[in-house]
Write a protein that binds this ligand. Sequence first.
Ligand code: B12
Ligand code: SF4
Length: 497
Amino acid sequence: MRVLLVNPRFQLPIDTRTTPHLGLAYLAAVSEQRGDEVRVFDMDVEDVPLTDFAREYQPDLVGITSNTPQVMQGWSAARQIKAALDVPIVQGGPHISALPEEAAARPEIDIAARGEGEATWLELCQTIERAKAGNPKFRARDLLDPANRLLDHVLGITYQTLDGQMHHTPERPAIANLDTLPFPAYHFFKMERYTSLQPTLDAVQAGRSFSLMTSRGCPYRCAFCSQSVMAERWRARSPENVVNEWRHLIEDLGAQEIGVLDDSANIHRPRLHALCDLLIQEKLNRVPWILINGIRANLADADLLRHMKAAGLKRLAFGVETGDAAILKSIDKRVTHDQIRAAFKNAKEAGLETVGFFIIGLPGDTEETMEKTIRLACELDPLVANFSMMTPYPGTKVWEQIHRNGGRMLVKDWQDYVFFEGKARYEMGATTAAAQEKKWKEAYRRFYLRPHRVWITLTRKSTWQHFPRTLRMALKIILPKKTKGALVRSQIEQAAS
Ligand code: B12
Ligand code: SF4
């Protein structure tokens, strides 16, 4: 079987980083293990048209990944492929897991895959292989012919048969033992075309930054977080299995930096201690790593932070979200401001660089509460403060709240569901768009334009090594809205050309 995995185009206009898609790297790995011929087409880095590529490769099955802002590009990619050849197309990823019927109802998509995809993908490959072996005239539409019942047995998919009936097969259980998965197959990616996800070093060579995931899922359910793909049950790989991949990335692929992408890496502290012991023992701590996502502040004690530092951790993040205690409680974060303060203090004392994630415009936020968020950010003073505009993704509690309580979404197209720009995405009660936009702008200016912050920025080597990017970020903070809009437009045009 020849399979094609597609990452639809979607570079953020301001931040032009690109990183290989870990989900596709896993799908590619299991497919290769099954014996398939595999190609990955990442539209963010490819320079040939997708249709030309598909026509030449003639895949038997195409898989397209999509998060929310990418989903329309995903449909466009599917239309391009369908126009060139008759091939079944499966779409998966976070957006599809939240709204599978929307994708399954589209003519260019045959099957929507919900949740973790490895086992589903393998079963679909088998199904199509068998169908093709039994019928040399097999066409993609045969999959959706209700008389054939070809897809009934595949768990975790949604599809619309030709008679207009929508079918949801039962949920697929989460992968119980993550150690059974092969390592992500980066050899299908044009690694030299990727930048670092979040460089901690002053210069990471192109293609030398890798991501890995040591656990999947999160037992928490914060109101704003899109947890549509991964099961609520937190599952971890064994420290030995993780270290084997870590060694492979460093020794075989030349990793200069590793980004750990777990949703909540420190749910089970003894496991993380064991992992740190192994990294130190095997001298893999020579390569710096970052915890890209926020780890739980309530579970980040000084001992663990020091141990991770010794194991090579350079930077870590905490999801602070808000400076208002009542809002912190209402979003189900299940952490207190004192725990957050202690976590930042301990992390800094351990010699770690810190990142703070803050959200502007949570339900119930007013100018007053958002002011508390800005003040808390300045008090915690992380190396990097990230202020996101509250973006209600489908499937989240905030999304339900807005639709139930008469809130108003201010964005229409899925591609606008990004939170790095300063535009309000919704309004509800006292949480007005004007207040959100005003405080977002203030947040960046007030955090980064404090004299000691300006000094830190000017004296950091990376400021000058990544000067175009630093300048873009600075302009984003300083320039008035109109000019910023022009900047964004020119970036989009540049990206499109
Ligand atoms: C790393 C990361 C990033 C990185 C890199 C993204 C990348 N290229 O992979 C960066 C920083 C660029 C990023 C950006 C954004 N991200 Co992000 N990101 C993540 C993070 C932390 C890990 C992604 C990952 O590798 N997961 C592990 C792999 C194994 O899972 P996966 O990719 O989902 O793939 C599995 C399944 O989804 C499924 N699957 C996926 N595709 C397909 C296709 C087929 C055919 C099949 C069968 C199955 C299938 O099978 C895969 C294997 O099990 C996730 C959180 C998370 N836990 O996933 C958020 C997450 C994906 N991001 C999210 C968001 C919101 C964003 C942004 C929109 C934020 C913004 N700035 O506005 C942007 C989008 C920018 C863009 N270019 O698309 C949300 C998505 C919500 C949604 N409804 O779409 C998530 C889920 C975080 C969250 N909990 O809210 N992100
Ligand atoms: S924000 Fe973090 S802790 Fe909360 S549900 Fe999402 S991944 Fe879990």
